[in-house]
Design a protein around this ligand. Structure first.
Ligand SMILES: *[C@@H]1O[C@H](CO)[C@@H](O)[C@H](O)[C@H]1NC(C)=O
Ligand SMILES: *[C@@H]1O[C@H](CO)[C@@H](O)[C@H](O)[C@H]1NC(C)=O
Ligand SMILES: *[C@@H]1O[C@H](CO)[C@@H](O)[C@H](O)[C@H]1NC(C)=O
Ligand SMILES: *[C@@H]1O[C@H](CO)[C@@H](O)[C@H](O)[C@H]1NC(C)=O
Ligand SMILES: *[C@@H]1O[C@H](CO)[C@@H](O)[C@H](O)[C@H]1NC(C)=O
Ligand SMILES: CC(=O)N[C@H]1CO[C@H](CO)[C@@H](O)[C@@H]1O
Length: 343
């Protein structure tokens, strides 16, 4: 559809900025109730689940999301939190509580291919498409400007969102984002989606826990982390297993083939980049040569480097933390975010 066709359908008061907002999915919201096992995840979410239904790539899809009201005097602003690959909306639990407690309305979606959202058999995944879906959810809710907070692959997606919809972002917070470097450019060999799917099919509770302990939590483990492994394992072995592992394999391919590393200089949003200096996440490091792998995932170096490229960037480094500071040190994390948002 041409832009002019889209624009002609808009209300008369629409500005160019509003017209651009229509360049996003459109659909309907349902508040349920929904079955406990929704699209292959039976995890009990900490707030009610809503569903955004929309047309995408010639099929009807659903994105599940939580819509959390401020728990004190509303500040009129909306924060949107985007989860990473091994996460879902609920892994933002402590962050959502803190943001709602500071007056924000908080939207926590699950992306297509993840958690309680659709797991389509046939879908062309791209960061642009996921940003388009997410912007469409917000438009359907009548939400304009947002504070966008993304972690891991959700941080990479937030970067793409900020490039695609810069006029709708008040503040951008990137938390240990994947894609601070271009893994393929640095020498990670391209592998097929079939290889990625086979790797996803081999996931188990023990394998996920061992990976998260080593990479997310710097070798530490607390009982409170186990729930997130269980949440994920239940999807891998749940009612939509086949579609889930296929989608997750496609998502690994998306991360490798849609780098954002070359575009940080184009971000116009006021940005906070938070990294754990002990984070070593690098997609493909486990099948790259040891020489290449050794060059990847140095967040203590990538953080300052990338923040230097983003025109309006503040860097916060947690010297002792790994990939998930919002989970391993929630009160420290939320203080850093809220202090910066108040500036
Ligand atoms: C919204 O999506 C429907 C298809 O579901 C399409 O017919 C309609 O033109 C879209 N509207 C806008 C403003 O994009
Ligand atoms: C979410 O946070 C609330 C309040 O801190 C807590 O009671 C609840 O157990 C948490 N839920 C999960 C799934 O972590
Ligand atoms: C939305 O954010 C943009 C970018 O920060 C800003 O220019 C614009 O004034 C904001 N719009 C509203 C309605 O606050
Ligand atoms: C959730 O699904 C998993 C995997 O199928 C299953 O082991 C578990 O018992 C289910 N939990 C609930 C509460 O239904
Ligand atoms: C969190 O904050 C406390 C209190 O200021 C401090 O003692 C602790 O070192 C911080 N932890 C991390 C991981 O930053
Ligand atoms: C693909 C699929 O099963 N999608 C389902 C996701 O959940 C919504 C809400 O229950 C259903 O309408 C979809 O059919």
């Amino acid at each position: 559809m041409k832009f002019s066709t889209l624009a002609s359908g808009l209300v008369s008061a629409a500005s160019l900025a509003a017209a651009q907002l229509q360049l996003a999915a459109n659909g309907t919201i349902s508040k349920g109730p929904f079955p406990a096992d929704l699209n292959g995840s039976n995890f009990t979410y900490p707030w009610p689940v809503n569903v955004f239904s929309f047309q995408s790539q010639q099929q009807q899809l659903q994105m599940a999301f939580m819509d959390v009201k401020p728990t004190c005097a509303p500040n009129g602003q909306t924060a949107v939190v985007l989860h990473g690959k091994n996460f879902c909306g609920p892994t933002w639990n402590d962050t959502i509580v803190a943001l709602a407690g500071a007056g924000y309305r908080v939207i926590a979606p699950d992306q297509v291919g993840w958690c309680k959202s659709s797991k389509p058999d046939n879908y062309q995944f791209s960061l642009n498409q996921l940003a388009f879906n997410t912007r469409g959810l917000l438009n359907t809710l009548g939400i304009g400007n947002i504070t966008l907070i993304g972690h891991s692959v959700g941080g990479m997606l937030s970067t793409r969102f900020a490039l695609q919809y810069p006029q709708t972002i008040d503040r951008l917070v990137l938390v240990d984002p994947v894609g601070l470097e271009d893994y393929v450019e640095k020498g990670v060999p391209y592998v097929s989606i079939d290889y990625d799917i086979a790797a996803e099919a081999a996931q188990t509770f023990d394998a996920i826990k061992a990976y998260e302990q080593a990479i997310y939590y710097v070798g530490q483990w607390q009982d409170s982390y186990t729930v997130w492994v269980t949440m994920l394992t239940n999807i891998y072995y749940g009612s939509r297993r086949a579609q889930f592992i296929k989608n997750q394999g496609q998502i690994v391919d998306m991360v490798l083939t849609s780098p954002v590393a070359h575009y940080f200089g184009d971000i116009v949003s006021k940005t906070l980049l938070i990294v754990g200096d002990e984070d070593h996440v690098a997609i493909g490091s486990n099948w790259a040569s040891p020489e290449v792998a050794a060059t990847l995932g140095h967040f203590n170096v990538l953080g300052p480097q990338v923040c230097g490229e983003i025109p309006d960037c503040t860097l916060y480094q947690f010297p002792t933390l790994g990939h998930a500071p919002q989970i391993s040190a929630p009160s420290n994390f939320t203080k850093v975010v809220l202090d910066w948002l108040k500036e």
